[in-house]
Design a protein around this ligand. Structure first.
Ligand SMILES: [Zn+2]
Ligand SMILES: [Zn+2]
Length: 259
């Protein structure tokens, strides 16, 4: 299968390291045919700036990656995107990113989500069934906009969730059904595998990807994109990515390398 990665961070997000060009060189060394940069997107109001580029860096991010794309065009295809949270208040901004900034794609990632009561939630810290339900609702609402190329780690909601219960299955199925209906690919995220197996009440498992979610996914007609979600160039196509492909193969998931 051709090697690609569409989920790549840069040091601008304040928790990744290495120069942009080192990511490109690592991708070429590993034999990737296509590399998508998708750093954590800034918002105009500066929200969550501690873990993403500053809004004023957006133009140079775009210029820098486009310059690398040109410089390396004979060796690898480089495309330009951002990983971003959906907020119903920001529809105009997503449009601006895709038209004015001319990005190739936006990845949907609900690290945080804002529900209809304007309350902010962190998807990494969900421990209650009702918050799982809210996460699922916000993700599906975002998927339905048609703005996003694919969904990053749809199962990140299980990061801290204590034990599998009927709500887990219900929310998982609602997300998978939406992915099937809308034909929007979902990502099997290698960065979750890097966090290692961790003890939960009912089992040892990765915080994400949650294999029960992906077992359910085999019952649906969904496209699965495996991405590195690298925050260092050594992770571009490392053992975690290889492991992700092998788990996906064992489960029988339909992996795709384009969207
Ligand atoms: Zn990150
Ligand atoms: Zn990411």
């Amino acid at each position: 299968m051709e090697r690609v990665n569409y989920h790549t961070h840069t040091k601008r997000c304040k928790h990744a390291t290495g120069e942009d060009e080192q990511y490109v060189q690592a991708a070429i060394d590993k034999g990737l045919i296509r590399l998508g940069f998708s750093d954590h997107a800034p918002f105009r109001d500066g929200r969550w700036a501690f873990s993403r580029m500053d809004y004023k860096q957006l133009p140079t991010y775009c210029e820098d990656i486009r310059a690398l794309a040109k410089q390396y065009e004979d060796e690898i295809e480089i495309i330009l995107g951002l990983e971003i949270e959906y907020d119903y208040d920001q529809l105009g901004y997503y449009d601006e990113l895709l038209t004015v900034y001319d990005l190739d794609y936006l990845i949907l990632a609900q690290h945080y989500f804002i529900n209809m009561d304007d309350q902010e939630h962190s998807s990494f810290q969900i421990t209650r069934p009702k918050d799982l339900v809210l996460y699922g609702e916000s993700l599906i609402e975002a998927m339905e906009t048609g703005i996003f190329a694919f969904v990053a780690h749809p199962d990140v909601m299980f990061n801290m969730y204590p034990a599998w219960d009927p709500i887990c299955e219900r929310v998982s199925r609602s997300i998978l059904e939406a992915a099937q209906t809308l034909q929007i690919p979902i990502e099997f995220n290698a960065n979750g595998l890097r966090k290692g197996l961790q003890p939960f009440i009912d089992e040892q498992r990765y915080p994400y990807p949650h294999l029960r979610f992906w077992q359910l996914a085999t019952e649906y007609d969904v496209s699965v994109i495996i991405n590195s979600d690298c925050h260092h160039y050594d992770e571009i196509y490392d053992a975690a990515v290889e492991k992700a492909y092998s788990i996906a193969r064992q489960l029988g998931l339909r992996t795709v390398t384009q969207f």
